[in-house]
Design a binder for this molecule. Structure first.
Ligand code: G16
Length: 557
C-alpha cells in the first residue's frame, strides 16, 4: 500500500536531535527537545488506532513527577492500559529513524495499518490530554497536526490527570459511553455513597477528621476541586494548588524519597484546621497517578507549612496494598467465595509488607514483578481480584468480569451480611480506577477503606506492621544503560564487577537485600536496600555505590 507522501514528508521534517527510547512511562526529556518526538508520537498513536478495531487510543502529555521544565509523552491502548511492549519498540524505532518510510511500510504489512487518508470508513480517534506544565498545551497542538494529517479524529480533553485519560479511553472503547469527567466522578461518588450506607454505618463520623491533600502544584488540584463538587466527602483541604512550582519540594515522589514534610506554597489553607482535629496528610504527584500518605513527627501541623526538614513517616504504596488486601479479604470471607486474589508488588516493596501479605493467607497470593505499571497490571489481571501497588504510590484494585458478575449474583440472590459484603466489594470496583492506578480515586479508596476498618487516625493503619529499615539513593552516572538485571530486577547481571560485588554482599549478609537498576524516567541509577540494621545497611550500600560509579562512570561536571 502506498503511503501518502505528505505524511512521509512531514515526519521527515520532524527529526529529534538526539536518541530517545520509550522508557518506563513513555518518552521524557527537557521540554524543548520534545516537539519532534511528540509529533512522531502523534503519527504513531494514529497508527496504533488504525491497527486494531477501536473507537480511540489515548495520548498523554506529561512528565509526571519530573521537574516542571521536563515533559513527556505516552500512548494509551484502547483498553486503557499502557502501550503494548511490541509497540513501545516500534515507537523507539520510529522516533529515532532516519528513514521513517521503511518503518511506516513495515506497519502496513505487519500491523495492518491502512495509511490512506481518503477512506470513507469511520476513522478512529486519538484522545489527548495534558498536565499543567507550560509546555504541555503547545505540544498538544503538534499532536493535533499529526493526527489530522493521518485523517483521524482528534479529541482533546485539555488539562486532565493521566488516569482520567486512561479511564476515558477505556470506557469509550469498552462501555461505548461518552467519556467525560462527569461520569468519572459519578462512579466515584456512587461507590462512596454505597459504602457510606453499608459499611460506614457504625462508625459515627468523626467529622473531626480533616484530609489535607498536597496537590504538588499540578493538575491534580483541578481534579480534587471537581471531587469536592461531586462527592460528599467532608473536610478536604487542598494545598500546593498551583502557586508554587510543580513537584518542587512537594508531591508524592518528593515525600516518598525524602521523608520530609512538603513546602506548602499556600499555608493559609492549612492554618484554618482546628487544632484538635485528626489530620490525614497525603500527596499526589504532578499528573495525579501516585498517592502516598504521611504522618508528620511534629503534631502542631499548622506550624509546619514552611518547613522543609520536618521528618514524616510515609505510608507508601505497600501500605495501600495491605489496607486494600485486608478489606477485600474481610468481605470475601463473609461471602465464602472461590475468587482468586493476587497482590502484585515490585522489588521496592518493603519486605515487612510482603511478609504481612503472605501471612494473611488464603485467598491472598503475593507476586513480585519488574518496575512499571504495565508489569503490575498485567499480573493483576490474571486474578479475579488483582491488587497492585508500587511502593512509590502507583496502584489500584482490578476486578475481573468474573468477580463482578459473581458479586452481582450474590446481591440478587441473598440478603443480610452477605449481600452487604457483595455490595461493598462492587462499590470498591466503582471507586478504584479499572484502567490504571489513580491518585484521586485512591484518595477516595483509602479514605473509604479506613472508614470500613473504623480507623480515624493513620496510626492504626501504620501499626499493622513495622517497615524493615531501608535506604534509597539516586545516583547520577555517565551511562546508566550499562546496568542489566534479571529476576524481576532483583539480580544484577551486568556490569560484571557490580554483579560480583552484589552477589558476594548478599551471600555474606543474608538478612539484607539490595536492588540496583537504571531508571526508565530519569537519567539516574536507583539503589534500594533493606535489612535489620540501618547503619550496617548504609555501610553496605556505600560499597555498592562505589562500584556503580566505577562501572558506569561519574558524570562529567
Ligand atoms: C512512572 C511509571 C511507574 C514507575 C515510575 C518510576 O511513574 O509509571 O511505574 O514506577 O515511573 O520509574 P523508574 O524507576 O523507571 O524511573 P510516573 O509517576 O513518573 O509516571
Amino acid at each position: 500500500m502506498t503511503i501518502d507522501e505528505n505524511i512521509i514528508c512531514e515526519i521527515q521534517n520532524w527529526k529529534p536531535s538526539q536518541l530517545f527510547s520509550y522508557g518506563t512511562a513513555g518518552f521524557r526529556a527537557r521540554a524543548n527537545l520534545l516537539p519532534p518526538v511528540v509529533f512522531r508520537c502523534g503519527i504513531l498513536a494514529a497508527a496504533r488506532a488504525l491497527s486494531v478495531p477501536c473507537v480511540c487510543v489515548g495520548l498523554m502529555i506529561t512528565a509526571s513527577h519530573n521537574p516542571s521544565e521536563d515533559n513527556g509523552v505516552k500512548i494509551i491502548e484502547p483498553d486503557g492500559s499502557m502501550l503494548d511492549e511490541k509497540w513501545e519498540r516500534i515507537a523507539s524505532k520510529l522516533i529515532n529513524s532516519e528513514n521513517p518510510r521503511e518503518i511506516l511500510q513495515e506497519l502496513c504489512f505487519e500491523e495492518n495499518v491502512c495509511w490512506t487518508t481518503d477512506s470513507k470508513s469511520i476513522r478512529p480517534a486519538v484522545y489527548v490530554g495534558y498536565d499543567s506544565r507550560e509546555s504541555s498545551e503547545p505540544l498538544s497542538r503538534l499532536v493535533e497536526q499529526a493526527v489530522k494529517l493521518m485523517g483521524l479524529k482528534y479529541k482533546c480533553f485539555g488539562r486532565v490527570t493521566t488516569p482520567q485519560l486512561h479511564y476515558f479511553v477505556k470506557v469509550a472503547n469498552e462501555d461505548g459511553i461518552q467519556a467525560n469527567k462527569e461520569n468519572y466522578f459519578q462512579r466515584l461518588s456512587m461507590g462512596w455513597d454505597i459504602l457510606s450506607q453499608y459499611a460506614f454505618a457504625d462508625n459515627s463520623e468523626s467529622e473531626n477528621v480533616f484530609r489535607v491533600v498536597d496537590c504538588a502544584n499540578g493538575v491534580g488540584h483541578e481534579a480534587m476541586q471537581d471531587l469536592t463538587h461531586f462527592t460528599k466527602i467532608d473536610n478536604i483541604v487542598c494545598v500546593n494548588t498551583g502557586n508554587g512550582e510543580l513537584n518542587k519540594h512537594c508531591g508524592a515522589d518528593f515525600i516518598q524519597k525524602n521523608t520530609v514534610f512538603p513546602i506548602i506554597s499556600d499555608p493559609f489553607h492549612i492554618k484554618s484546621i482546628p487544632s484538635n482535629a485528626l489530620v490525614h496528610f497525603c500527596s499526589l504527584d504532578g499528573d495525579a497517578d501516585r498517592l502516598v500518605y504521611f504522618i508528620p513527627e511534629k503534631t502542631e501541623y499548622s506550624s509546619l507549612s514552611g518547613s522543609s526538614n520536618q521528618r514524616v513517616r510515609v505510608l507508601e504504596g505497600d501500605r495501600l496494598s495491605v489496607l486494600a488486601a485486608i478489606v477485600v479479604k474481610k468481605f470475601l470471607d463473609l461471602l465464602q467465595s472461590n475468587l482468586s486474589v493476587g497482590v502484585i508488588q515490585t522489588a521496592y516493596a518493603n519486605g515487612a509488607s510482603t511478609q504481612f501479605l503472605k501471612d494473611l493467607g488464603k485467598p491472598i497470593q503475593v507476586e513480585c514483578v519488574s518496575t512499571g505499571v504495565k508489569h503490575l497490571e498485567r499480573a493483576a489481571r490474571r486474578y479475579d481480584i488483582g491488587i497492585f501497588w508500587e511502593a512509590n504510590g502507583h496502584g489500584t484494585i482490578l476486578f475481573s468480569e468474573n468477580a463482578k458478575s459473581f458479586l452481582r449474583k450474590i446481591i440478587e440472590s441473598t440478603t443480610g451480611q452477605k449481600k452487604n459484603a457483595a455490595l461493598c466489594l462492587l462499590a470498591l470496583s466503582s471507586i478504584a480506577n479499572q484502567a490504571t492506578g489513580d491518585a484521586i480515586c485512591n484518595f477516595v479508596l483509602a479514605e473509604s477503606l479506613l472508614k470500613v476498618m473504623g480507623w480515624q487516625d493513620l496510626v492504626s493503619w501504620e501499626s499493622l506492621y513495622q517497615d524493615l529499615p531501608n535506604c534509597y539513593k539516586a545516583l547520577h552516572v555517565q551511562n546508566k544503560e550499562l546496568i542489566q538485571t534479571t529476576d524481576q530486577e532483583r539480580k544484577v547481571t551486568a556490569p560484571h564487577s557490580l554483579s560480583v560485588v552484589m552477589k558476594n554482599l548478599s551471600e555474606s549478609n543474608p538478612s539484607y537485600r539490595f536492588l540496583v537498576r537504571p531508571s526508565g524516567t530519569e537519567n539516574i541509577v536507583r539503589l534500594y536496600g533493606e535489612g535489620p540494621s540501618l547503619p550496617t545497611l548504609k555501610c553496605l550500600m556505600e560499597q555498592i555505590e562505589t562500584v556503580v560509579l566505577q562501572a558506569c562512570g561519574t558524570p562529567e561536571s
